[in-house]
Design a protein around this ligand. Structure first.
Ligand code: GLC
Length: 588
């Protein structure tokens, strides 16, 4: 190319670049913040069993997801995270995998998977799968071999404890009826380890052959074109295989002990070197047991391990210490909520990157847990919580159905539950002579099945989820709370979610901008600013079912321009917020 032509082309490119920079985030603006697609993404989590059933067997499937790709696209999200879709006997709904390179029969075939991935990529949506490698199913071929004899080559793929050494030191199991993580197997007169159900034996990561198998399997999926993994209880993988008594400093705190295994970080660095670094993909740890002190070790870019981690400090607010998943009747304090999210923000202010979520398949529905699911405030508080999720400095993980304001189903009877966690905890309560009524009351608020009920598409039978009998009951409020009803209502929760995503996409300030907490001691209102390259935004969120006012220091509200309000009708003085009101201002 001639030099003059080259210069003309260069100036045109610069003019286009300049004109588009007000709307389009570009990498040159990020400075200290290293720009990555996964930092700018909104992740939408789909529980495939409950999204859309295409063949009338009552279970959601991949063809069902394919039929709804245009809906997913219409949300404006960038990434879909799917809970496990691999072959599984479903003791724990797919978190017990019997073949990592095959699709669960109820969900479809590998051809369906390929078509789904293609359909997502054609629409510019990335796909993240669930990597469940702390444990497999006991029906995995590795475990069948491992269990068969003490000398089988697969024996060391799992953790075995021979009976002649006596009973192993106690380990806590989440889903065992007696919370005992050691299961005696008479065939080889040994115990095997299972942090989760008896059908989820823990893989032995100290064995290099296991790590190589996992890495090979990850490459298989990346070579197919997936865009990342969410890593199930990944901090638990490495274990002190001498299985000592619980060290005193972890007294009563199994989760912290499990998350601090001796070789975790070596293994994650090996995974990064051998797999993750070879692809442009994202990785996010389920950070069970990780704390403000340990989280950076997983996500410090210099360490070359994982990109992000989601902590449990928020999810645990308002629960009773030492009582697994029991809500404090006093509820949670907004001041504590603000402290948790502010501390996690500051951890990643210089390096690393955070996540933000208020619901997922292990938690109750966002609006029931953190907002107000009464008919009066369900919509307003859903929108307010959505505003929080989409205006923080962290990648939002948004759980399917929350965009409709779906609520807990609150089953009265144990027979309605399908989740192994609830069912075994119930058996445990009975065995311990506990109070089953009290247990069920607590489950109405905390049980995982609350957020696993089928997606509410419309007001036809079963909310349009299936023509058969749904595997888990549909929430009866589908008659009014459903996607079809919200689609054409400009003030619906659904359209508010779309609007906020759109805003976040246009505003680098909401992605990379510095976060500053205001009015720290206000027990009702969460107020903060976000600032980036001279632009400043103010976010005010009323977490209460009553009017409340914010005090925001010397910010001049005469120069504040309101750009979002979850109330459609205007007219109240700006710092006095109506119940569950959410406002976003641009500050001049
Ligand atoms: C994680 C998953 C949960 C599962 C457990 C065991 O916490 O999110 O659903 O039951 O691990 O795999």
């Amino acid at each position: 190319m001639k030099k003059t032509n080259y210069l003309i082309l260069l100036s045109i490119t610069m003019i286009i670049g300049f004109l588009s920079c007000s709307n389009e985030p570009t990498s040159k603006n990020t400075k200290a913040m290293d720009k990555k697609w996964w930092k700018e993404a909104v992740v939408y989590q789909i529980y495939p069993r409950s999204f859309k059933d295409s063949d009338g067997d009552g279970v959601g499937d991949l063809k069902g997801i394919i039929s709804k790709l245009d809906y997913i696209k219409s949300l404006g999200i960038d990434v879909v995270w799917l809970n496990p879709i691999f072959a599984s006997p479903n003791d724990d709904n797919g978190y017990d995998i019997s073949n990592y390179q095959d699709i669960m029969k109820e969900f479809g075939t590998m051809q369906d998977f390929d078509a789904m991935l293609k359909g997502m990529h054609e629409r510019g949506i990335k796909l993240v799968l669930d990597l469940v490698v702390n444990h497999s199913s006991d029906e995995h071929e590795w475990f069948k071999q491992s269990r068969s004899s003490r000398t089988n080559p697969y024996r060391n793929y799992y953790h075995w404890w021979p009976e002649e050494k006596g009973k192993p030191a106690r380990r806590f199991s989440y889903f065992d009826v007696n919370n005992d993580a050691w299961k005696y197997d008479s065939l080889t007169k040994s115990y095997y380890l299972h942090y989760f159900s008896v059908k989820q034996p823990d893989l032995n990561w100290e064995n290099k052959a296991v790590r190589d198998e996992v890495f090979k399997m990850m490459r298989f999926w990346f070579d197919k074109g997936i865009d990342g993994f969410r890593m199930d209880v990944i901090p638990f993988i490495s274990k002190d295989a001498t299985f000592p008594e619980l060290p005193a400093k972890y007294n009563g705190n199994y989760v912290a002990y499990y998350a601090n295994g001796p070789h975790n970080h070596e293994y994650l660095q090996e995974m990064n070197r051998e797999v993750l670094s070879k692809y442009d993909v994202m990785s996010v740890a389920e950070g069970a047991g990780a704390s403000l002190n340990t989280a950076m070790n997983f996500v410090d870019p210099d360490r070359k391990e994982l990109n992000m981690l989601y902590h449990f400090d928020g999810a645990l607010l308002g629960t009773l210490p030492n009582e697994y998943k029991t809500l404090d009747p006093k509820g949670y304090r907004l001041i504590d909520f603000k402290t948790v999210y502010s501390r996690w923000d500051s951890l990643f202010a210089q390096k690393g990157w955070g996540t933000i979520y208020l619901g997922n398949h292990d938690l109750p529905r966002m609006v029931t847990r953190w907002g107000n699911d009464s008919s009066e405030f369900r919509e307003l508080s859903s929108k307010m919580l959505t505003t929080f999720l989409l205006t923080m400095r962290a990648t939002p993980y948004y759980y399917f159905g929350d965009e409709l304001g779906m609520t807990n189903i609150k089953f009265d009877k144990i027979d309605d539950y399908r989740d192994i966690e609830t069912i075994n905890m119930y058996k445990n309560t009975i065995a311990q002579k506990g109070d089953p009524k009290k247990f069920i009351e607590n489950q109405k608020l905390t049980a995982r099945d609350n957020s696993r009920t089928p997606f509410q598409w419309d007001n036809s039978a079963n909310g349009g989820f299936t023509t058969g009998t749904p595997w888990l009951k549909v929430n009866p409020n589908y008659l009014t709370v459903n996607a079809a009803a919200q689609e054409n209502d400009p003030n619906s929760v659904l359209n508010y979610f779309r609007k906020l995503i759109n805003l976040r996409k246009k505003e680098f300030t909401l992605i990379y901008g510095k976060y500053t907490l205001l009015d720290k001691n206000n027990p009702d209102i969460y107020a903060y600013t976000r600032e980036f390259e001279g632009k400043k935004m103010l976010i005010l969120l009323n977490f209460r079912a009553k009017n409340a006012s914010a005090s925001i220091g010397n910010i001049d509200m005469n120069k504040a321009n309101l750009i979002v309000d979850n109330y459609s009708a205007e007219g109240v003085e700006s710092l006095n917020l109506r119940p569950y009101e959410a406002k976003i201002y641009e500050l001049k």
